[in-house]
Design a protein. Structure first.
Length: 123
């Protein structure tokens, strides 16, 4: 009697698990089907929108880009905020000869005398 009772309980639990499993499988199949339909609708809508866009390809005309004032070829560096001469302080020559008057006199004394004479051709 105990074995029969246990066997019947086991059979009913197996049936219950199988019913739940089949119910979950059906729910999953419906979920996948709905997702596929949604995906296909979205893809079709995107394809419709893409076909409505008119693409007009223009060949790159270099002369036209240089004649327009708003083109990047006309003034590209400063338009983008890059100034090539912003780091010029890095290359400054600092010399005592160039900064003071006595330094200039010393440089002048090292020059040959014919370099200091002004030669202008007669008109």
């Amino acid at each position: 009697m105990l074995k029969d009772n246990e066997a019947s309980r086991y059979d009913t639990s197996i049936e219950r698990i199988n019913r739940q499993w089949s119910k979950k499988q059906i729910e999953r199949e419906e979920f996948v089907k709905n997702n596929r339909l949604h995906y296909l609708r979205a893809i079709r809508a995107l394809l419709r929108k893409r076909s409505q866009i008119e693409t007009k390809y223009v060949k790159n005309d270099i002369i036209r880009s240089y004649t327009k004032y708003d083109s990047t070829a006309y003034g590209p560096l400063t338009r983008n905020g890059y100034f090539p001469d912003k780091l010029t302080d890095k290359y400054l020559v600092k010399s005592r000869f160039l900064d003071t008057y006595t330094g200039l006199l010393e440089l002048e004394s090292t020059l040959p005398s014919n370099a200091l004479k002004i030669r202008l051709p007669a008109p």
